[in-house]
Design a protein around this ligand. Structure first.
Ligand code: IVH
Length: 721
């Protein structure tokens, strides 16, 4: 038989019947063949087999690997996680979104967290202890398990928090995940927790793979993720995955009134729960648990990256609700980040879209926690000097000089920071950094404004050349066309710089008049270097496609200070239309009347944001630019949140007097969740006044205007809470 014949005949043998030698030869054949098909498909756009046949090749490869994990090759097609295979998991929509957690980094942050919770709930010390649980934050990937009548129905990854991947077959292979729950079980139970790999199992798996020339995983988290997201569940079955239960989603009935009670119940149902979880009554106790777990971290046998604190009482969790994507009732206290030493080669000054001069450290590249770092933030000039304006050393400030040996820290996805300087290694003659007082982009004076309230200088030096500074203008435009704003295809940083330099696009409105002007122009876009008729037409189409923009994208795209995506969404939802938003912001500038109060009454919008937005609209130049832009585009109206069935959806509600069952913040958050708009004052537009004891002028006014008035109890009855 020829070599080709042997190979062809191997392909006919069932996976179960292959000897180890045959399996090895077959894996080699499959790796080559699949790679060749990938090349034809992706590289040449000319596949030579059907999708089904291609899938069959991959499936066979995975099945052989599951049977002989020690034979997995370095170039195995199954190592391509993240590419093709993930496309094929079906999607599952989470009935209750899977939230993420806010982070705390210092003991002080934890005190702030507990303080915030107490203030929100008006939970003063006289009301006794506020119990909070503390438990390890497992470094794996989260999974949601749905049980109906005690039987596992599906398992879904977190995905984007709203929709995850259906990994049920794989989850069933994990021995910590029961197929049937024990004991008394509600009709619907959704358990959430973390899939992870223990250190010993991770090392053994990597050794097995390495010995056979296969690829190794960088860390247990990647190994757990790569193993759970396998299309072939037999491979998952061969990987030693574990699961800790710590939270829940959709539940037909809650078996306990506390976080601790719920988790203990999970153990009764048959889950593994973390033995280090504790219930604490003071911040000091929480911190003691944190530092204790931190000390034992190396001996736990699995990776953790912090400690999670959760308010214990579920009724309080309910009252606290969540902000954006994180609950107000929980926080993750992260362990300190990984560190490394390197050289500070240079300090570069970048000019942002608000004119802020930001120093950036250019570093000799160094690996910190598995990632190569070559830039770090330097915050501002005081930070580089290490001395504040009052001559006192500043917290975190370093007296940094070019050429210094510095220690870099990376924490999660936070921008790397310089945390220390090794003064023993400082070169002789190293001079202090001279922070520029002129903008490096336009030469205008760069100044530190004085805060009129405190008399102190702003930490940030800003370019005063607002309208003439090309760096500010181009940064603003880059932000305007960026992915979460207008997201104009084919219009990125490169095009902004080029069009700005050639006077084609100086303002946002110019983007939308580009096509019209191009028709009249002698130097047409299609004749520019690197452009042609097709690319020019595509760009105009991409621009036109964004004339009907979502309101929140427009608001975000304006680049107003402190208005990120989250705040832009809050504002868009609160005002519903560009017209309403624009008029309200102009009116709110008096910082006194109803418009100002309404703005501040939006849940999640604080006075810093309110100030920034109204300042932006008060600027005549900004209004002129907005008018020009709005002549070109038609922002969409915001569809009201589906609060169908809610008796207060779309109504304007005012709360007055003292409330006894909830705080003002909670009342507002609750009403907004139910689709109502909460206002601070009574007017003809008010639909409902909720009046507690001591209500005065607002109650009187409501009665005059014949507006419906109810008590706090009446409110709970109305909304059925
Ligand atoms: S609670 C609503 N508890 O951390 C709160 N999360 O940053 C839901 N995680 O996606 C999460 N250990 O994957 C919670 N003991 C723990 C955790 C934990 C790890 C992960 C989880 C979540 C992420 C949030």
């Amino acid at each position: 038989m020829t070599d080709t014949d042997t190979r062809a005949s191997l392909a006919a043998i069932a996976v179960d019947a292959l000897t180890i030698e045959e399996a090895q030869a077959e894996l080699e054949r499959l790796a080559g063949e699949i790679a060749e098909h990938d090349r034809r498909y992706h590289g040449e756009d000319a596949p030579t087999i059907s999708d089904a046949d291609y899938d069959a090749l991959r499936r066979r490869n995975n099945e052989i690997e599951a049977r002989y994990p020690e034979l997995v090759r370095a170039d195995s097609p199954s190592a391509n996680v993240g590419a093709a295979p993930l496309e094929t998991f079906s999607k599952i929509e989470h009935r209750v979104p899977m939230l993420s957690l806010d982070n705390a980094f210092t003991d002080e942050d934890v005190r702030d967290f507990v303080g915030r919770v107490r203030r929100f709930l008006k939970f003063d010390p006289l009301m006794g202890a506020l119990a909070v649980t503390a438990e390890p934050k497992i470094d794996g990937l989260s999974l949601s398990l749905r049980y109906e009548k005690g039987q596992l129905i599906y398992a879904a990854t977190r995905g984007d928090g709203t929709t995850g991947e259906n990994v049920t077959a794989n989850a069933r292979t994990i021995s910590d995940i029961p197929h049937t729950l024990k004991g008394d079980v509600p009709e619907v139970v959704e358990i959430r927790g973390e899939v992870y790999m223990a250190h010993a199992d991770f090392q053994a798996l990597n050794q097995r793979m390495e010995a056979n020339g296969g690829k190794v995983f960088a860390n247990p988290r990647n190994a757990a993720a790569g193993s759970l997201r396998q299309l072939n569940s037999e491979i998952t079955a061969s990987r030693p995955l574990k699961f800790f239960a710590y939270a829940w989603g959709d539940m037909s009935k809650l078996p306990s009134e506390t976080q601790m009670g719920m988790v203990e119940q999970m153990a009764v149902w048959g889950f593994q729960i973390n033995p280090l979880m504790k219930r604490c009554e003071t911040v000091e106790d929480l911190l003691a648990v944190y530092h204790g777990i931190e000390e034992d971290r190396a001996t736990l046998g699995y990776d953790i990256d912090g400690v999670v604190y959760k308010v214990d009482r579920l009724d309080l969790q309910q009252r606290l609700g969540f902000v954006s994507r994180s609950p107000r009732w929980a926080i993750a206290h992260k362990f300190p980040a990984e560190k490394a030493y390197t050289i500070l080669n240079d300090i570069e000054i970048q000019v942002g879209r608000t004119g802020a001069l930001t120093p950036v450290a250019k570093l000799e590249p160094v690996t910190v926690g598995g990632v190569v770092v070559s830039n770090a933030t330097l915050h501002n000039e005081d930070y580089i000097k290490g001395i504040g304006q009052d001559g006192e050393p500043i917290r975190g400030g370093k007296d940094l000089r070019i050429g210094d040996t510095v220690q870099i820290q990376r924490a999660g996805d936070v921008i790397p920071q310089i945390v220390d300087v090794d003064l023993d290694k400082r070169k002789e003659g190293a001079v202090a950094f001279d922070f520029p007082t002129a903008c490096p982009a336009c030469g205008s004076h760069a100044v530190r404004e004085e805060n009129p309230k405190t008399g102190r200088l702003d930490a940030v030096r800003r370019c005063t050349g607002a309208l003439i500074c090309p760096a500010q203008a181009t940064e603003r435009l880059k932000h305007f066309v960026s992915r979460n704003a207008f997201d104009i295809e084919g219009f990125g940083d490169k095009q902004v710089d080029a069009f700005y330099a050639d006077d084609l696009v100086k303002t946002a409105a110019d983007i939308f008049t580009l096509e019209e002007r191009d028709k009249q122009s002698l130097t047409k876009l299609r004749n520019r270097e690197g452009w042609g008729a097709v690319s020019a037409k595509n760009l105009f189409e991409a621009i036109n496609a964004k004339r009907n923009i979502d309101l929140h994208r427009l608001i975000f795209g304006l680049g107003i200070r402190h208005v990120g995506e989250g705040n832009a969404k809050l504002l868009a939802r609160a005002y519903g239309s560009w017209q309403a938003f624009y008029e309200a912001m102009v009116k709110a500038h008096d910082k006194d009347g109803e418009a100002w109060e309404d703005l501040n009454a939006i849940d999640g919008i604080g006075h810093i944001v309110a100030d920034a937005v109204t300042e932006f609209f008060a600027e005549e130049h900004n209004r002129e630019q907005l008018d020009a832009l709005l002549a070109q585009i038609t922002p969409k109206q915001v569809e009201k949140i589906d609060a169908s069935g809610s008796p207060v959806a779309g109504k304007t509600v005012v709360f007055t007097g003292s409330l006894e069952r909830m705080t003002r913040d909670e009342a507002k958050a609750m009403a907004e969740r139910l689709g109502a708009k909460v206002s601070g004052s009574v007017s003809k537009k008010t639909d409902l006044l909720v009046a507690g004891p001591g209500a005065g002028s607002k109650l009187k006014k409501a009665e005059e205007l014949q507006i419906e008035v109810i008590t706090e109890d009446g409110w709970f009855e109305l909304v059925g809470a």
